[in-house]
Ligand binder design. Structure first.
Ligand code: M6R
Length: 604
């Protein structure tokens, strides 16, 4: 989704802004732009497509000495991905970049048009800069004009605004979209919509809160809250580690992230596995007091992790568990009771629908927990408690290691609850803790298997669709397998509970229908096998994934014999991730930044 950077200082600004935008590329975008203010003059550059196009346009643009600048990668919401709609948006003497949505933009636009303002773009963002200049005519100072502008905006935003009327300054505001402010002791102030853009450029940051706004120069920063009270600047150190953000020899970030799963699962388990119990030191036992139900809420891949958890929580912890798609939950007037623990799951911690659902639950007085990969993200700051998944920066738009660590955390949580509620024997908890310890080895990519998937992928390019099928936790895994394939191959794929096929979908069976069948040895093997046989009898092309032989399949991917279905789950997860990736590579697609998708979906 959109990315923002800002810089005030003496270094060559073009490089700083474009480097920062490159760090945000993984979020997905369709155009980019920068605006630089130096000696009262603006230089503005915009380009559609990838950053390389913006670099080409700016190749003859150099600055020396002090300047102020803002940059943006745009993922189109209001208006097509064109240069005119790309940010920064300009007024007569000011420029703005914005993430989020200004909900009342049409009303503001109509008012400004009546005042004679001419609009160049179809975006909601452009009203911000014109509204600022409208207030500038009468306001005592440019900062007053900025605060008056903010008062008129409804919706979510992270905003940076630069104006020749205050030419060593960036005005900034945050409400519902992330914005981080950084400094480095070298007379520079920086902004980013994610800390990825700031790593290596500054050593301390402030994660702005909703409603905060202010004004920054190279030396001074004034920060205010939603009630216009001055806020004390509380900087916190920013990690310097950029290593995890590089591809390290892999063809794609997605591939690197699949191969990293062994290490990140180790990190996720670290310090949390006792001999016969699970430790989440970040959780206070009072969080679970009086709780009789768990409601899990998430989007996309995180929703699939939530579905897996619903099986584990009920099976292990004997607690009523429901799962909600956040975009549905928000508007269906859910009946919420105070004995429910509301758990949101999110890689980014910024997904708009999940964040709003969390706000709703909090407002309704529920206890809340977030399982998240990004510390200091909006959800982590909002929820009563948080568990970090420790997957490291995930750059591939198609989520892999985040899912692996989410399921690991949720499995551990189910055992912790089972211990607290005494719903599993200690011997069983110990057995499962042992299984958890084997996960890093389980998900280690076997090169021979990867090679088999690479070869097999050529046979799965031309059908009319895919069904991924499984039972129990292998049903959400089937959904996740189908989502992975859809996202990066653009082929039609659906996930189904295998027992449901005969209730309609089997009508599609023919040789052009590819069935990817998850046949674990230790969970409902015979039941699933009969469902796959039904499809095979109707000539669907079958690719089975199982540790056991299956002679009704056209292709068979053999997984290792293991002692438990959850271990099989993790091994099959890796197979599905790599299989989708190899199919998409053969189709020549952009693996890390698939079309139409964004890494972090901060609009609803
Ligand atoms: O950051 P989140 O986990 O909240 O994101 C939720 C979904 O947008 C995300 O999982 C999406 O479905 C991924 N592209 C899946 O690969």
């Amino acid at each position: 989704m959109c990315g923002i950077v800002g810089y005030i200082g003496n270094k060559p600004i073009k490089e700083i802004l474009i480097d920062g935008l490159r760090e945000l590329e993984y979020r997905g975008y369709d155009s980019a732009g920068i605006a630089v203010l130096q000696n009262h003059q603006f230089s503005l550059f915009k380009a559609i497509g990838k950053l390389i196009n913006l670099e080409e346009k700016t190749k003859n643009f150099e600055t020396t000495g002090f300047s102020v600048g803002i940059g943006h990668t745009r993922w189109a919401t209001h208006g097509k991905p064109t240069e005119l709609n790309a940010h920064p948006h300009v007024g007569e003497n000011s420029c703005v970049v914005h993430n989020g949505i200004i909900e009342n933009y049409q009303e503001l636009k109509n008012m400004l048009i009546q005042q004679g303002v001419k609009f160049l773009s179809q975006t909601d963002t452009e009203v911000i800069v014109h509204l600022f200049e409208y207030h500038l005519r009468t306001a005592a100072t440019p900062f007053d004009a900025f605060t008056q502008t903010l008062k008129k905006l409804k919706g979510s935003y992270a905003i940076l605004l630069v104006s020749a009327s205050a030419d060593e300054t960036i005005f900034f505001a945050k409400n519902g979209s992330p914005m981080i402010l950084g400094r480095n002791g070298e007379g520079e102030t920086l902004f980013g919509s994610s800390d990825a853009a700031l790593i290596g450029k500054c050593h301390e940051v402030i994660y702005l809160e909703d409603g905060q706004y202010g004004v920054a120069t190279a030396q001074t920063i004034a920060l205010y809250d939603q009630f216009n009270h001055a806020v004390e600047l509380r900087f916190i150190p920013l990690s310097e580690n950029k290593l995890s953000a590089q591809k390290e020899g892999f063809r794609f970030f997605m591939e690197k992230e699949v191969y990293e799963q062994s290490r990140v699962i180790s990190d996720t388990l670290m310090g949390r596995l006792g001999d016969e119990r699970i430790y989440f030191e970040e959780l206070d036992a009072t969080l679970f007091e009086g709780i009789n139900e768990i409601k899990l809420c998430a989007c996309g891949t995180s929703y699939h992790a939530a579905m897996v958890a619903s099986y584990l929580f009920e099976r292990h912890s004997k607690i009523r568990t429901s799962v909600e798609i956040a975009s549905e939950f928000r508007y269906r007037e859910p009946f919420l009771t105070h004995d429910t623990l509301f758990v949101v799951i999110s890689q980014s911690g910024e997904t708009a629908d999940t964040l709003e659902s969390l706000k709703m639950a909090k407002k309704a007085g529920l206890k809340t927990l977030v399982i998240c990969n990004v510390d200091n993200s909006s959800m982590v700051r909002l929820a009563d408690a948080s568990i970090l998944t420790r997957a490291g920066i995930e750059k591939g738009v198609a989520s892999t290691k985040a899912f692996a660590t989410q399921v690991s955390v949720l499995w551990m949580l189910s055992l912790m609850l089972a211990g607290m509620r005494k719903t599993l024997e200690t011997t069983e908890i110990k057995r499962q803790i042992h299984l958890l310890r084997t996960l890093p080895a389980t998900v280690k990519v076997d090169e021979a298997l990867h090679e088999q998937l690479r070869r097999l992928s050529k046979r799965y390019l031309n059908g009319h669709g895919f069904f991924f099928i499984g039972r129990d936790v292998f049903f959400p895994l089937a959904l996740e397998g189908a989502l992975k394939l859809k996202e990066i191959s653009y082929l039609h794929a659906e996930g189904y509970p295998s027992g449901e096929m005969k209730h309609g979908p089997i009508a599609l069976a023919d040789p052009g229908l590819y069935t990817i069948a998850l046949l674990p040895q230790h969970k409902l093997y015979d039941k699933t096998k009969s469902n796959v046989e039904e499809l095979s009898a109707r000539d669907s092309t079958i690719c089975s994934i199982s540790p056991l032989d299956f002679n009704k399949a056209d292709d068979h991917i053999r997984t290792k014999l293991s002692e438990d279905y959850m271990v099989e789950f993790f091994e099959m997860m890796v197979v599905l991730q790599l299989f989708s990736m190899e199919i998409a590579i053969r189709l020549g697609n952009d693996i890390d930044m698939p079309r139409n998708l964004a890494k972090s979906v901060t609009v609803e």
